[in-house]
Write a protein that binds this ligand. Sequence first.
Ligand code: NAD
Ligand code: TYD
Length: 364
Amino acid sequence: MTLLVTGGAGFIGANFVLDWLAAHDETVVNLDKLTYAGNPETLASLQGNAHHVFVQGDIGDAALVSRLLAEHQPRAVVNFAAESHVDRSIHGPGDFIETNIVGTFRLLESVRSYWSGLSDTHRDGGVAPTKSSFRFLHVSTDEVYGSLSKGDPAFAETHRYEPNSPYSASKAASDHLVRAWHHTYGLPVLTTNCSNNYGPYHFPEKLIPLMIVNALAGKPLPVYGDGMQIRDWLYVKDHCSAIRRVLEAGRLGETYNVGGWNEKPNIEIVNTVCKLLDELRPKQDGTSYATQIAYVTDRPGHDRRYAIDARKLEAELGWKPAETFETGIRKTVEWYLANPDWVAHVQSGSYRDWVSKNYAERQA
Ligand code: NAD
Ligand code: TYD
């Protein structure tokens, strides 16, 4: 049995692949373009593992994807591949349109062609996938629902789509394509919409890892606007367990919201990170890392509040997160303290060039 995972050298995809291969005797074909966000070093522990087949390539490369599908006959495709950073989508939306919309469309077409050639009943002793056992799981975000005001109920799956950033608009478009490929062609799809993730291997351009690495480097901690924007945080391993559960038992064509009921204002997150670092790696001059906090110009179109109502996933599929925010954030800070080489490597090259072009305040 085989899974085709896309974007499996990125933050969530790599955590998914590592967890999957630690628990299953099933091959993972990992298709990743290795953009600035994809890092083969994250997968170094899988070197020599015959169950991991890494392929550098684009989800939009129909010839490559069709060849991989024909060769490996996966029972499912799990689509993590995307451009994922809101700030980057503001500075340059083109790649987001190309990968998240056009790439997903091309991937869906390659998968549809493979899926329509599968048999209706089990052959080969029941191992090969069939038309009805095959799954296409699309990994998406809560940002497609737009922004909540104080007191609004959390996003349920029935909330209307109101994306506000080029990133969220591109993810919303991809969700609609996935939905249409199910309703029009019968492709057996599942979609998950998750809140903000954090944990090991998170690229240090996103809030939590950026605060950790900037704090340790003695750089400013840039808090956008008043820092009172609210995000709903989920430890990445809990997101991965939700995806496994949906893949196993999700109802076809359904969407499942994934979240851990952890709404927190950004400034509280930054202060928590500083407190943990004060405890685990105190500064030599005795001051708190919080003295490095610097309020900076707000992100244009900044969504004020996200919150996920995960009751459908909990009630229908019995999923529950294993970590609280307190346990997850401590593990995360400890992981970054233990892995400075990983951080140094992902911060080099094209990432450094991009930051120096776009973010004066992030330089030391
Ligand atoms: P990431 O940016 O860390 O990783 C994305 C990966 O996709 C990288 O390895 C990159 O090389 C690869 N990729 C990009 N374009 C590609 C292409 N055209 N073909 C093949 N591979 C390509 O992102 P992430 O945070 O791991 O997010 C993974 C998925 O989860 C995305 O679809 C994102 O929208 C969704 N999501 C993320 C979060 C979050 O908090 N990070 C929350 C909810 C949903
Ligand atoms: P981010 O990690 O970019 O995720 P998203 O925009 O997808 O939610 O940002 C999380 C929140 O933190 C968001 O409200 C923007 C804010 N933020 C800062 O205040 N400073 C920063 O340097 C970054 C990267 C984000």
